[in-house]
Design a protein around this ligand. Structure first.
Ligand code: ADP
Length: 159
């Protein structure tokens, strides 16, 4: 079985992420979206809530599942018997960080490959942090995050 892992912070999931998930689900037999705990980033949503928001957003994709993980990505890969990491690339600015991460993961486990998918042009400007900024100041985030989680994101911002 060809199984790929799509890691990120997903705080919250956006339509840019969902586009990568949809495209990856057509290429692989199974895609596992994993919400990684990032010690450097204080998030808006706790990890378990991010997982629930992703679950709601992917119900239409039968071969996609989601998990949360506190640890090294390559350990999650081993546990889940996957050799392929999927990453999305928006702009050149993503490249340096992603390049470093891909080389580090390959250094930790040389059997792991990172595959990059170009963002859909429609979503190239979209990030979780920009969604949070827009929502915080009362802007409309319809079309930026999956419709099924619009209410959840707005409620969280209002808290
Ligand atoms: P963000 O940068 O939005 O906070 P994450 O840190 O959760 O997102 O990133 C998870 C993965 O999704 C990364 O590989 C990132 O490059 C990718 N990604 C994020 N936003 C988009 C987008 N709009 N289009 C394509 N890929 C994206």
């Amino acid at each position: 079985m060809r199984r790929a892992v799509y890691p990120g912070s997903f705080d919250p999931i956006t339509n840019g992420h969902l586009d990568i998930i949809k495209r990856a689900s057509k290429i692989f037999d199974e895609v596992i979206v994993v919400v990684l705990v990032n010690v450097d980033k204080k998030g808006l949503f706790p990890v378990d809530e991010r997982v629930k928001l992703i679950e709601k957003s992917i119900v239409q994709y039968a071969n996609v599942r989601v998990a949360g993980f506190n640890g090294l990505l390559i350990d999650f890969m081993k546990k889940n018997d996957s050799k392929v990491i999927i990453k999305g690339l928006r702009a050149v600015s993503d490249f340096e960080y992603e390049f470093q991460m891909a080389l580090m993961n390959n250094k930790l486990d040389s059997s792991i490959e990172t595959l990059f998918m170009m963002t859909n042009a429609e979503y190239s400007y979209l990030s979780s942090s920009s969604v949070k900024q827009v929502a915080k100041f009362g802007g409309c985030i319809k079309g930026l995050v999956p419709d099924v989680i619009l209410g959840d994101v707005m409620n969280k911002i209002m808290e």
